[in-house]
Design a protein around this ligand. Structure first.
Ligand SMILES: Cc1cc2nc3c(=O)[nH]c(=O)nc-3n(C[C@H](O)[C@H](O)[C@H](O)COP(=O)(O)O)c2cc1C
Length: 166
């Protein structure tokens, strides 16, 4: 069972939930969706709205789903399922059925898809995107992330719903 909470009432730092515990970023619908592991992202406020910001390289299969979806979800597992998250973060949905390989059970959540094993789910409405440009990089070490010129697309999602397992 999940209950809805306000994003302000998360029990843990969202930085730790993303950077240390990792999350699944999922887009699509119950008929066809894709998911991938993310650890880069932000939770905060923009344009007077509570938002999530994700960073997705254009070669990800999930990118195609994000482009064609109005909704995306972030699913957190409280530091569990690292092996499965490692799989979803190293293999592409183009080549593998990630649900079959990991045992994550899809769950319709608002207008998006998340997974029954979740500890926390954030459902977002995609409201903006912006491509990273090296023109704006002020620190020399940033470019080391872009050997293939595969600059992230930044997706801003307005937080529609936050669910935590009871
Ligand atoms: C811990 C971890 C964090 C990751 N974070 C991101 C991220 O924030 N953005 C991104 O584009 N890729 C990230 N990746 C890489 C993707 O998850 C990976 O390329 C994945 O296989 C893409 O799957 P897809 O092709 O099915 O979309 C991360 C991988 C791992 C293991």
């Amino acid at each position: 069972m999940f209950k809805e909470i306000n994003i302000r009432d998360l029990k843990k730092s969202p930085v730790s939930m993303l950077a240390d515990e990792w999350a699944l970023l999922t887009a699509g619908d119950e008929n066809k969706f894709n998911t991938m592991t993310v650890s880069w992202g932000a939770v905060g406020e923009l344009w007077g709205k509570d938002v999530v910001i994700c960073f997705v390289r254009p070669q990800r299969y999930t990118y195609e789903f994000l482009e064609n979806s109005d909704t995306f979800t972030l699913t957190f597992f409280g530091g569990e399922y690292k092996k499965e998250l490692g799989f979803c973060g190293s293999k592409s949905g183009r080549d593998f059925d990630k649900v079959k390989e990991t045992g994550f059970v899809p769950m319709k959540t608002g207008d998006g898809i998340s997974f029954e094993q979740a500890e926390t789910v954030i459902v977002c409405k995609k409201i903006a995107f912006q491509d990273m440009s090296p023109n704006g990089f002020l620190s020399d070490d940033i470019m080391s992330n872009y050997g293939n010129n595969d600059y992230h697309r930044t997706y801003v999602g307005e937080i529609e719903k936050v669910l935590v397992k009871e």
